[in-house]
Structures are given as structure tokens and as C-alpha cells.
Ligand binder design. Structure first.
Ligand SMILES: Cc1cc2nc3c(=O)[nH]c(=O)nc-3n(C[C@H](O)[C@H](O)[C@H](O)COP(=O)(O)OP(=O)(O)OC[C@H]3O[C@@H](n4cnc5c(N)ncnc54)[C@H](O)[C@@H]3O)c2cc1C
Length: 454
């Protein structure tokens, strides 16, 4: 019997697919890496289904690749050795909201916007805000972050507890619902960011927050990207509580204007947001406006209405797609380094210089409040010269970040694309990571060929 016939016996036949379009959809993510189709796609509907699939896969040594929205950027979900693509998007229920504890329990296929729509009914929100409407399971697996990290932290700061199905089908729970604990090793922290190589998350307890009384967004325009970055580090040094502080360069703004029919000035800009009670927010905005003027800001526009604010953040969220759409036929190679804040101006300047030097088209955006920025490099994946040049830019940007004490990936994760940098970044502790992977998944069936796995 074939793999899909076996799986149809374990689950219901309609939970297994070898349809060409479905296989195609599960062969790649949003990165530029060469796709490869899985042998079958399976759609579990509950934890028991996942356990059955894992037990089968373990017994037959079949690779299993957890798949959610597929918005990752480093080839995370490509079944490089074939096997089962385990699509968790049918597990999309919000199981429990506990407003008094600021906690929520969800299945992994719940999407970020879906969760926020539900939480709003309780006066709550979930803080992590990547550009794509990703799933909670995917965000846990990549330790995602985004525009609000400067205030609320990354995914690892929000996950209280996980239900995980291990490679052999055993179900374990990590963490507790307490705000802190000194009991045992931090397995929750270990699973967050594990990119499907250690187990499958089937339930997630998340920390959530009360909706703020007042929110104000603003745009601060500067003559150069360098000015933007210097200004953002000055704001951080002053200890002002910004909720979002995003660098958007002139190339990106021009692309967004075309993509979304907006009319923002096509110059380097910081998009900002402040949250809190009305009086404190107004004070913060006035203080930052003054400070920005000292840093060379040419115009500071406050977005007055909720609609204008929504448009602003939508523009930021579609930035990468807008840049890609500006050169039809090209794919995006997105760098993701993160450096200590004081080194950010150096790192961003070097990135622009190397893009110009090697003639690679692209744009710069960044969550500059936390030292993380992206060069969106446009490449034709079928053109080896193009790939080589963009690869060289990527390499130089990562080299520089590592020299400055930073990391090759602040939020997108390792996938297949960043594996080559791990040795340089982690040295001997990479061996420890590999030993943990081997202990948890001795047959190497969980998302092989990714992250620290072989
Ligand atoms: C336009 C755009 C903007 C983006 N902006 C940001 C950003 O600002 N910040 C950011 O951090 N990322 C960003 N990303 C990257 C991407 O959205 C994140 O990495 C996201 O967390 C991936 O979630 P997903 O649901 O798409 O997961 P997928 O891409 O489907 O999977 C990602 C990884 O998670 C694993 N996985 C998925 N579900 C589970 C599960 N239940 N159990 C175990 N492993 C699992 C997969 O095996 C894979 O390794 C952006 C991507 C795009 C396309």
C-alpha cells in the first residue's frame, strides 16, 4: 500500500490529499528556495489525529513537516526529503479566554487576526504582530516578532505553556499558567523557535494584554536612512515608551504608494505608535516630536483618525510584498539581522553600501527600536548570477552583524537558508543544540534538513 493509502486508514480519507494543487501549495513558503513536493498532505483535526500520524511516521521512519500558513521566508516548510506535510490549519479553535488571568488557550491553526478579533470582545489583545497574518503555531515555531516587539517583546515572552506531540507520538505539556517559575528547565523556551524539528504544538497558552485607552500613530520624515536610524536610537536611549518604531526607506514608500494607492512622501521615514492613557500618550508624542526635530526630522505628521492609523500599519505590513511587486518576475531574498542598538546605524549603513556596490536592487525596512532590520533583495531565482550577487550581499550583511555582536536572524528563523551561519554564530553550543535535537527526535523524522537538524 502507498503512504497515502496507509494514512487514509489511520485518519478519515478526506483528511489525506495527494491532489497536485495541494502538494504544490505545501512544497514551498514565501522565500525564493527551490520547492519540493511532499508525498502526502495530512489535515489533522485534533491532538489525537496528530498522535496517530506521528506514531505511524515514527514506526515507518517517514519525515513529517508541520505546515501552517506557509508564510515563512527561509524554506522552513519545504519537504527536502519528501514525506508528510502535516497541515495544522483545521485545528483553528480558540479554546478558552481567561480575561482575569490575561491568558488564552488556542489550537495552533488560529491566525493572529482571528485571535485579535475575538479578544477585542473582552477588551484584550495579543501583542505579537508580524507582517503576515500567520498562525499561532507557526509564530511559536519561528519565535516570531514584529512591529510591537519594542514594547511587548517576542513570541517567547508570550507563550506560557505548550502541548506538544513528540516524534514518537507521546504528548507532553511544558510550563505552567503561573507568570513565573523556577521549577526545572525551561522547555517552553526551548520549543519556541524550534521550527518543527522537535515536535508538533497542538495547544498553546498565550499571554494577552488589556486594550489601551489611547493610541496615537505618527510619521517622522528624515533626509536620509542614517538620520532615521540615529533618531530611533536616540528615542530608545531617552527611555520613551514607544509601542512601534519602524524604519521604511524611500524605495519601500514608493513601492507601497504604487501597491496600496497611498500618497506618503517618498523619503526615508519612521512610522511610530504610542499607547497608554490619553495624557501620557500626548506627552510622549510631544517629547518625541521635539527630539526628532533635534535629530534632523523634516516633518512630523500625527495620524489623527483610527482609519489613518490602520492605513499606516497596513502599508508597513505589505511593505515586502509591495517591494516584490515593484519588479515583476523577481522573488524576495530577505535578510533579517539584529544587532545591539548602538551598532544599528553602522549595520544599516553597511547594508545599503553593499547593495549599491554589488548592484542588487532592493529596499530597507526595520523594527529599528529593537535593532532588527531587513534588506529586501530582489532576485530572479532562475538566474544564477542574480542569486550569486544577492547571496553575496546577504553574506556581507550577516558577517557584519556577527562582528557587531548580533545574530543572523532576529525573527524569521533558520529554515534551510540560515543554517550555514549557525556554526559561526554559536560555536561549541551548536553541538549542544544538535545533541538536544538527537535526544528528542532520534530518528530525525521531524522536519529534517532544517534549523540545527541534519
Ligand atoms: C509579508 C510577510 C511579512 C512578514 N513579516 C514578519 C515579521 O514582521 N516578523 C516575523 O517574525 N515574521 C514575519 N514574516 C515571516 C512569517 O510570517 C513568520 O515566520 C510566521 O511566524 C510563520 O507562520 P506560519 O503560520 O506561516 O508558519 P509556516 O510558514 O507554515 O511554518 C513555519 C515553521 O513553523 C513550523 N510549524 C508550523 N506550525 C507548527 C506547529 N503547530 N508545531 C510545530 N511546528 C510548526 C513549520 O514546520 C515551519 O518550520 C513575514 C512573512 C511575510 C510573507
Amino acid at each position: 500500500m502507498s503512504l497515502s493509502d496507509d494514512l487514509k486508514q489511520i485518519l478519515r480519507p478526506e483528511q489525506v490529499s495527494i491532489n497536485q494543487t495541494v502538494l504544490e501549495h505545501h512544497s514551498r513558503d514565501e522565500g525564493y528556495y527551490t520547492p519540493k513536493q511532499p508525498d502526502a498532505v495530512v489535515f489533522p483535526e485534533n491532538t489525537e489525529d496528530v498522535v496517530k500520524v506521528m506514531k505511524y511516521a515514527y514506526a515507518h521512519r517517514v519525515p513529517v513537516i508541520p505546515f501552517a500558513v506557509g508564510s515563512s521566508l527561509e524554506g522552513h516548510v519545504i519537504p527536502v526529503n519528501g514525506g508528510i506535510s502535516l497541515d495544522l490549519m483545521r485545528m483553528n479553535r480558540i479554546l478558552e479566554v481567561r480575561p482575569d488571568d490575561f491568558l488564552v488557550r488556542v489550537q495552533p491553526g488560529v491566525r493572529k487576526d482571528q485571535l485579535n478579533a475575538e479578544l477585542a470582545r473582552y477588551g484584550l489583545f495579543f501583542s505579537v504582530d508580524p507582517g503576515a497574518d500567520a498562525s499561532i503555531g507557526g509564530m511559536v515555531a519561528t519565535n516570531a516578532s514584529g512591529t510591537t516587539t519594542v514594547r511587548y517583546g517576542v513570541m517567547r515572552d508570550q507563550v506560557r505553556s505548550l502541548q506538544v506531540v513528540l516524534a514518537d507520538g507521546e504528548v507532553v505539556h511544558t510550563g505552567s499558567l503561573a507568570a513565573k517559575s523556577s521549577a526545572g528547565l525551561n522547555l517552553t523556551g526551548l520549543f519556541v523557535g524550534s521550527e518543527g524539528i522537535l515536535g508538533v504544538f497542538t495547544e498553546v497558552w498565550l499571554r494577552v494584554y488589556g486594550l489601551p485607552e489611547a493610541v496615537i500613530a505618527a510619521r517622522a520624515v528624515f533626509p536620509t536612512v542614517d538620520h532615521c536610524v540615529q533618531a530611533s536610537t536616540a528615542v530608545m536611549a531617552a527611555g520613551v515608551s514607544v509601542t512601534r518604531m519602524e524604519l521604511v526607506d524611500d524605495v519601500t514608500i514608493a513601492a507601497v504608494n504604487r501597491y496600496k494607492a497611498t500618497d506618503y512622501p517618498e523619503v526615508p521615514t519612521l512610522f511610530l505608535e504610542f499607547q497608554g492613557n490619553a495624557r501620557s500618550v500626548e506627552n510622549d508624542v510631544a517629547f518625541v516630536q521635539e527630539m526628532m526635530a533635534d535629530e534632523g526630522c523634516q516633518s512630523f505628521a500625527v495620524e489623527q483618525t483610527e482609519e489613518a492609523r490602520r492605513r499606516l500599519w497596513e502599508a508597513r505590513h505589505v511593505a515586502a510584498l509591495a517591494v516584490r511587486a515593484s519588479m515583476p518576475g523577481k522573488e524576495q531574498m530577505v535578510t533579517d539581522v539584529c544587532v545591539p542598538l548602538s551598532k544599528l546605524p553602522d549595520a544599516v549603513r553597511d547594508a545599503r553600501n553593499v547593495m549599491n556596490e554589488l548592484g542588487v536592487p532592493g529596499a530597507l525596512v526595520g523594527h529599528v527600536g529593537d535593532g532588527n532590520f531587513h534588506a529586501i533583495l530582489l532576485v530572479d531565482p532562475s538566474n544564477p548570477e542574480d542569486l550569486k550577487r544577492a547571496g553575496a550581499v546577504n553574506e556581507r550583511i550577516v558577517d557584519r552583524a556577527l562582528q557587531l555582536g548580533g545574530t543572523c536572524t532576529g525573527e524569521h528563523g533558520v529554515g534551510v537558508g540560515k543554517r550555514k551561519y549557525l556554526d559561526r554564530e554559536h560555536g561549541a553550543s551548536l553541538r549542544l543544540m544538535k545533541a538536544i535535537k538527537a535526544a528528542v527526535d532520534p530518528l530525525n523524522i521531524m522536519n529534517p534538513g532544517k534549523h540545527v537538524g541534519d
